[in-house]
Design a protein around this ligand. Structure first.
Ligand code: ADP
Length: 198
């Protein structure tokens, strides 16, 4: 119990520290976000996000998994698109995936909070533009692109938190799709800070 009370205190202190950036820490947004462990290509959802590269022509990691699960028509659609810049996003169909759409975003190589933030914001913009209700994000940039996992999670949770403060009514669910044990540990801890259960 001593551990827990100490932990709670730390969380409260930490919340105070982030208060300035979280406009309304009392608004209940934690019912809009979930963490889920597994393969993003298995999700039956409006949109999954792909951690793509500029060419949009597929690659390793989650990009490779999405391209192989969606079938060749995704590549055909991507061939019609212009290359995507770091921090930008573009939407395509989901084809053979259970997800209706794929939102491809190009994460920064290494630590770049502004670019990572814009990946998530631009992806969420497509969600609204297409009147979609649910979206799942992988941990963009934290694989091959080498963004430190804990630093990335902080940017992601802050970005989504601030976005939900403005757009809460327009969406039903934002899922953080986690593939690695270390991300599960990180998100489970940090979710309590950015989406506290009252
Ligand atoms: P980046 O090039 O942006 O770093 P990666 O695909 O290398 O992208 O990694 C991003 C994250 O996606 C990593 O946490 C990786 O473990 C995870 N990942 C890999 N395959 C899948 C998958 N099928 N579903 C969900 N996440 C995945």
């Amino acid at each position: 119990t001593e551990y827990y009370s100490r932990k709670e205190r730390e969380i409260k202190d930490d919340r105070k520290g982030t208060k300035g950036s979280l406009k309304s820490p009392c608004v209940q947004l934690n019912n809009k976000v979930s963490i889920w462990k597994g393969d993003i290509t298995s999700l039956v959802i409006d949109a999954i996000v792909n951690a793509a590269n500029e060419s949009l022509m597929g690659g390793g990691g989650v990009d490779g998994a999405i391209h192989s699960a969606s079938g060749k028509f995704l590549k055909q659609e991507c061939m019609t698109l212009r290359p995507c810049l770091t921090g930008q996003a573009v939407i395509t169909g989901g084809y053979d995936l259970p997800a209706k759409y794929v939102i491809h975003t190009v994460g920064p190589r290494g630590e770049d909070p502004d670019k990572l933030r814009s990946c998530y914001e631009n992806s969420l913009k497509y969600l609204l533009e297409n009147e979609l209700k649910s979206i799942a994000f992988p941990c963009v940039s934290t694989g091959i692109y080498g963004y430190p996992n804990d630093k990335a999670a902080e940017v992601v949770l802050k970005t989504v938190r601030e976005w939900l403060e403005k757009n809460n009514e327009k969406v039903e669910r934002v899922i953080f799709c986690l593939f690695l044990e270390k991300d599960i540990r990180i998100y489970e801890e940090k979710m309590q800070l950015y989406f506290p259960i009252p």
